[in-house]
Design a binder for this molecule. Structure first.
Ligand code: ADP
Ligand code: AMP
Length: 213
């Protein structure tokens, strides 16, 4: 499986990417998770990324493309990958095409999770994440067994700083301006797959798998 998952913040990319990647035995590559880890560890990459993330802006293309190029060199990515949150600009999409062409492993599909705005706002407002292992929950739609506690590792769940209302507005605007045009990019390439992302988590996974067959 060599795919990218697209859709606005809160569409369910992370949730679906984790499930699809586990099923296919390939890595789930989330540039957002990579940046958040770098911020936690206080690395130079993290220090650079943090300012952009806090205001809901995109990290510069050359930085983002650099970390993806490195990640694709790792052995596990030879089996395939599920990208989540990358690419987010036309420059990134073109760079990904070039990197994959060099590796002779082109993308098989770009899957767009289609979710209306009102639902996006509810999903982001209720999203909770585990700061320790990265697991994602929703207070109403995907609650942990014990409120506020991670099922996987027992850590205390938190809200992402960029899920605050003002930052969400900016992230959605950035999505429309810079990332939504990629739908046409992948349609023109003949690999766009659009899936209704509004059903239950299991139903969406089933729809993606069906659409990829
Ligand atoms: P993205 O990675 O696209 O930003 P997430 O996978 O983090 O989105 O999902 C955003 C929020 O919506 C999370 O709180 C998640 O638990 C919840 N969620 C994901 N998929 C669904 C779904 N099909 N139905 C209801 N809630 C969902
Ligand atoms: P995400 O976890 O995908 O919602 O990403 C969180 C934040 O990380 C974004 O709002 C950006 O600031 C940054 N980020 C993640 N992926 C990218 C990318 N492909 N290009 C630029 N910035 C990104």
């Amino acid at each position: 499986m060599r795919i990218v998952l697209m859709g606005p913040p809160g569409a369910g990319k992370g949730t679906q990417a984790a499930r699809l990647a586990a099923r296919a035995g390939v890595p789930h590559i989330s540039t957002g998770d990579m940046f958040r880890q770098a911020v936690r560890e206080g690395t130079p990459l993290g220090l650079e990324a943090k300012g952009y993330m806090d205001r809901g802006a995109l990290v510069p293309d050359e930085v983002t493309i650099g970390i993806v190029r490195e990640r694709l060199r790792q052995e596990d990515a030879a089996r395939g990958f599920v990208f989540d949150g990358f690419p987010r600009t036309t420059v990134q999409a073109e760079a990904l095409d070039r990197i994959l062409a060099e590796l002779e492993r082109p993308l098989e599909a770009a899957v767009e999770l289609v979710v209306p705005d009102a639902e996006i706002v509810r999903r982001l407002a209720g999203r909770r994440v585990c700061p320790q292992c990265g697991a994602t929950y929703h207070v109403e739609f995907q609650p942990p067994a014990r409120p506020g506690v991670c099922d996987r590792c027992g850590a205390e769940l938190a809200q992402r700083p960029d899920d605050r209302e003002e930052t969400v507005r900016e992230r959605l605007a950035v999505y429309r301006r810079q990332t939504a045009p990629l739908v046409d990019y992948y349609r023109a390439a003949g690999i766009l797959v659009q899936v209704d992302g509004t059903g239950a988590v299991d139903a969406v996974t089933a729809s993606v798998l069906e659409a990829l067959r």
